[in-house]
Ligand binder design. Structure first.
Ligand code: SF4
Length: 368
């Protein structure tokens, strides 16, 4: 079997705060193949952006990888030092941040920033730097004259494209994207996503992409990972997950965004709010909000079960499923938590319940 390009194994990340450790990611395992486009979805606070930063080795205190591996091209990146990582960044993998306005340096022209990145990797020829900068900017559909522009002189869509151009300077094998379209209007969003997909197919890089927008993943991803409360709730090929969502949380996300082609139906959010990850509910973390909750759910933590080509973390599938070889190990403390702890955690939620409604609105606005 071919080795995956990226293999994340049992990755756990804590935020170490004075009030206690917050378990933002708990035993996350997944792989990305070469040339694959993988979308990660979930509500705000589910850990999806932290996951990207952990994969890119960009976490800073109080965030810390407490266990697990991030194997990229056969080597574990966890524990690599600054110099070793600097050598790999941009060249082997690159990252496109959520807001290009914050990621680009407002004091330097786009061309100067491209040149910085290339010089940091040993390119000294002004001619080659200029030629490559023109090439990648034109690749994303921006006239090379804008190499002389400053970030504030470009529109939001152009800034995001410039960030993507920068990420492609060395044609890396993996491009990690943290909600690159969230600040854009619907037209710019669709145009950018189409461009990303076209470049990905043409140049052959893999994409690991975070969004809260189900319509974006349904249209562009090969595979979808649904995150809930710092864990993978479900993962499957895009078609599989949209045709037969297995996890009650995935079904809830589906019901929160409209279909332009399907029959008219009432939109329904997911009741409640994501849990406080300093005190996650015992048993299944979704049980306080689950419409299909069973007596056993508050006390027994589900593993990831394989079912019909999907991996799903739900006890509804426990009997029928064979646990995958890469299934995540439950946190022992959480597994022993009782129903009383779960109730306390439910009362302890910190994320605004309005997230559900906002997501439904955002999805509606962004429909293709
Ligand atoms: Fe719902 Fe129970 Fe499945 Fe959790 S394990 S998603 S509470 S049915």
């Amino acid at each position: 079997m071919t080795e995956p390009l990226l293999d994340v194994r049992d990755l756990s990340v804590d935020y170490l705060t004075e009030a206690g450790d917050v378990h933002v990611l708990s035993g996350v395992s997944f792989a990305v193949a070469e040339r694959e486009f993988v979308g990660i979805v979930g509500e705000s606070g589910c850990g999806k952006s932290t996951l990207l930063f952990a994969v890119a080795q960009l976490l800073s205190p109080p965030g810390e990888i407490v266990s697990g591996e991030v194997v990229f091209r056969g080597g574990d990146m966890v524990g690599l030092r600054g110099g070793e990582l600097r050598h790999m960044r941009w060249r082997d993998y690159s990252m496109v941040m959520q807001s290009a306005m914050n990621a680009l340096n407002p004091m330097n022209s786009i061309g100067a920033q491209f040149a910085d990145a290339m010089e940091a990797h040993g390119e000294r020829s002004r001619e080659r730097i200029r030629a490559r900068s023109r090439e990648v900017l034109e690749l994303v559909g921006i006239d090379a004259v804008h190499l002389g522009s400053y970030p504030h002189q470009l529109s939001g869509g152009m800034r995001q494209r410039a960030m993507i151009a920068m990420a492609l300077l060395f044609t890396p094998q993996l491009v990690i994207m943290d909600e690159p379209t969230s600040a854009l209007d619907v037209v710019a969003q669709q145009s950018l996503m189409t461009k990303i997909r076209e470049l990905q197919r043409r140049l052959g890089f893999a994409v690991l992409f975070v969004t809260h927008d189900m319509s974006v993943v349904s249209r562009y991803s090969d595979r979808v990972i649904v995150m809930y409360a710092g864990q993978i709730a479900e993962a499957a090929a895009t078609e599989t997950i949209f045709e037969r969502p297995l996890h009650p949380y995935t079904r809830g996300l589906m019901n929160a965004f409209p279909s332009v082609r399907g029959p008219r139906r009432e939109m329904a959010g997911i009741p409640g709010a994501p849990p406080d990850l300093a005190h996650p509910p015992g048993g299944c973390r979704f049980h306080p909000r689950c419409p299909e909750v069973m007596d056993i759910c508050p006390t027994r933590e589900p593993a990831l079960y394989e079912r019909d080509g999907a991996r799903v973390r739900c006890l509804l599938y426990e009997e029928r499923a064979a646990v995958g070889a890469r299934a995540e190990a439950p946190r022992s403390g959480a597994a022993q938590a009782d129903a009383a702890q779960a109730d306390a955690a439910q009362a302890d939620v910190t994320v605004d319940a309005a997230v559900d409604a906002a997501q439904a609105d955002a999805a509606q606005e962004a429909r293709p």
